[in-house]
Design a protein around this ligand. Structure first.
Ligand SMILES: Nc1ncnc2c1ncn2[C@@H]1O[C@H](COP(=O)(O)OP(=O)(O)OP(=O)(O)O)[C@@H](O)[C@H]1O
Ligand SMILES: [Mg+2]
Length: 359
């Protein structure tokens, strides 16, 4: 499911706001402090119960009020989602008047955010890239979530045994760890391979329109599994037993995985400029969004705050044709309007709002 309309009450700078989103791209533009991030944040909260900006949901309640509420509607299914947060109670989420858990919400209305941390995806620690990868698979596949939890439960027990130097006990957890871990690794690998195919197609189309997009082609994007692929996980664990005992922790396995982006043998983070890194992250996130939508019967919303920061005019023009290839809802913000106001769009595949005028 995906939102077609969203209503906010007493949320940050908004007393009341009601917006009909496009079924494809929606742009919110306006000056600093006008409320662009707040709108994107409200959509993210409505689809995950969390903010992409702060862990303090109370700070989002408008000054002088006791609670905020977000209502979202899905025209296709007729579902209504309600999120309430008051100063004194935890967040309360209902779909069609029935209370739901965060994991039910995330699967019902998936969303992914490209924010300032995602822009420099390649500069972050491996843990960040693993989290991004896992979040997509978590939402898409309940089997993945089962294996992921199974793997991490066994890993925790194995590490506790290693801490007291009990290698026999540590090894007792290996069969379950390997069973779940191999499946986690396989699904991650498959996701990267499939998203890469979509990414290559997208970049190829963009390069036909703008030479600057050439820089994004011929990249090597692959999963580093976290263990020796030739040996397999079980053999890798045997191989690292002595190191594990010395370090009192498991040093090989999917918990050490990473996603590697390279161009002609060099790491992207070492060669790409900030603007290039940002656009690469956007194109990669978009490709993942298309893949999850196509393969898992989902309609994930993609949120992108502050499109043009760090991008020069040419780089921005390199990105804009991407909007044609979007398959799910894409909601993004920018300081200034990006399109001619005379833009004709009968199918409403593109909508834009000047945020100052919404208040
Ligand atoms: N709890 C709150 N109550 C009232 N106003 C708030 C609250 N929290 C934040 N604001 C205000 O809401 C306004 C909108 O903030 P927001 O971050 O959405 O702006 P923005 O359009 O994204 O700006 P920028 O271009 O600088 O990123 C700001 O002026 C901010 O100070
Ligand atoms: Mg902002």
């Amino acid at each position: 499911m995906a939102f077609s309309k969203i209503e906010l009450r007493n949320f940050r700078c908004f007393d009341f706001l009601s917006i009909d989103l496009s079924f494809k791209s929606t742009l919110f533009y306006g000056k600093n402090g006008s409320g662009k991030t707040s709108i994107l944040e409200s959509i993210y909260i409505a689809s995950s119960g969390r903010s992409f900006r702060t862990s303090n949901l109370e700070s989002l309640i408008q000054k002088g009020h006791e609670a905020f509420s977000i209502k979202a509607y899905d025209d296709t299914s007729g579902s209504i989602l309600e999120v309430k947060k008051s100063r004194t109670k935890p967040i309360n989420i209902k779909i069609n008047n029935s209370k739901v858990t965060i994991s039910e919400l995330v699967r019902a209305f998936p969303s992914f955010s490209i924010d300032s941390r995602t822009f420099f995806y390649n500069d972050n620690a491996p843990e960040y890239r693993r989290k991004q990868l896992d979040r997509g698979l978590f939402i898409a596949s309940p089997d993945y979530a089962k294996d992921w939890f199974g793997y991490f439960r066994s890993l925790k027990q194995r590490n506790s045994a290693l801490k007291i130097g009990d290698i026999a006990q540590a090894k007792a957890y290996d069969p379950h760890l390997v069973d779940c871990g191999e499946r986690v690794n396989l699904l991650r690998e498959n996701l990267i391979v499939e998203v890469k195919k979509i990414y290559d197609g997208l970049v190829n189309s963009l390069a036909h329109e703008n030479k600057r997009a050439d820089i994004f082609s011929d990249l090597e994007i692959r999963l580093k599994s976290g263990f020796n692929n030739n040996l397999g996980l079980m053999e890798s664990l045997i191989h690292t037993n002595n190191v594990d005992l010395r370090r009192k922790t498991t040093t090989a396995g999917p918990h050490k995985a990473d996603v590697i982006f390279e161009s002609k043998g060099s790491l992207i983070k070492d060669i790409f400029s900030r603007g290039e890194q940002k656009l690469l992250s956007i194109l990669w996130s978009l490709s993942q969004n298309i893949y999850l939508g196509r393969s898992f019967n989902l309609s994930p919303i993609l949120l992108l705050d502050d499109l043009s920061s760090e991008l020069d005019r040419e780089m921005l023009e390199c990105f804009l044709p991407t909007l044609k290839y979007i398959e799910n809802r894409f909601v993004f913000s920018n300081i200034v309007d990006l399109f001619d106001s005379k833009i004709k769009d009968k199918k409403q595949s593109f909508k834009k709002f000047h945020v100052e005028q919404l208040k």
